[in-house]
Design a protein around this ligand. Structure first.
Ligand SMILES: *[C@@H]1O[C@H](CO)[C@@H](O)[C@H](O)[C@H]1NC(C)=O
Ligand SMILES: *[C@@H]1O[C@H](CO)[C@@H](O)[C@H](O)[C@H]1NC(C)=O
Length: 154
């Protein structure tokens, strides 16, 4: 079960884009730039980002999308939904208190609450479950599906 949930968790990486934390944060960078700069694949964030902010003191961040965003994650076709605003706290390669990213699996919605980076892998917490996936699976940015996105009810 955890293995099936894990792919969905990858979406949560989007929030990682926010992790402009450590050494050399630059407000002029885009969220995608921040992902790359901090060693994360840009595919963790969907297209359609309007803006993002990061409080370098507290690690609190917010990402605003043009609209809520549905993405189907390959290869298992899990549906993930990003809220219009995604918030959380990014400290030391860990995103906690995450709000705004949910994945559909096993007939219910799961909120991704925490994402940790261990280097080549990303660990996602969904409720009491957690899963690990290689970051290389997210080299491409996914486009948001339209309101008539496929499999929205699966
Ligand atoms: C960051 O971007 C450069 C240039 O496109 C690319 O070569 C590198 O692989 C990227 N790093 C990550 C972690 O995706
Ligand atoms: C960061 O958060 C602290 C604590 O809430 C606040 O005092 C500070 O003004 C914030 N910094 C920015 C740039 O918003």
């Amino acid at each position: 079960m955890l293995q099936k949930i894990l792919p969905l968790l990858f979406l949560s990486f989007l929030s990682l884009a926010l992790r402009a934390t450590s050494s050399n944060p630059n407000p002029s960078l885009t969220a995608y730039d921040e992902l790359n700069r901090t060693g994360f694949p840009i595919g963790l964030l969907p297209s359609g980002i309007l803006s993002y902010s990061l409080n370098l003191t507290t690690g609190d961040f917010a990402v605003d999308l043009a609209d809520h965003c549905r993405v189907t994650l390959p290869p298992d076709n899990y549906l993930a939904v990003y809220s219009k605003r995604i918030t959380g706290q990014l400290v030391d390669r860990k995103i906690s208190g995450l709000d705004g990213i949910r994945v559909r699996a096993f007939f219910r919605w799961w909120s991704i609450t925490t994402i940790r980076s261990t280097g080549d892998d990303l660990v996602f917490d969904v409720g009491v479950a957690s899963a690990k996936y290689p970051a290389k699976n997210f080299y491409e940015t996914l486009d948001c599906q339209g309101s008539n996105g496929k499999k929205a009810s699966s």
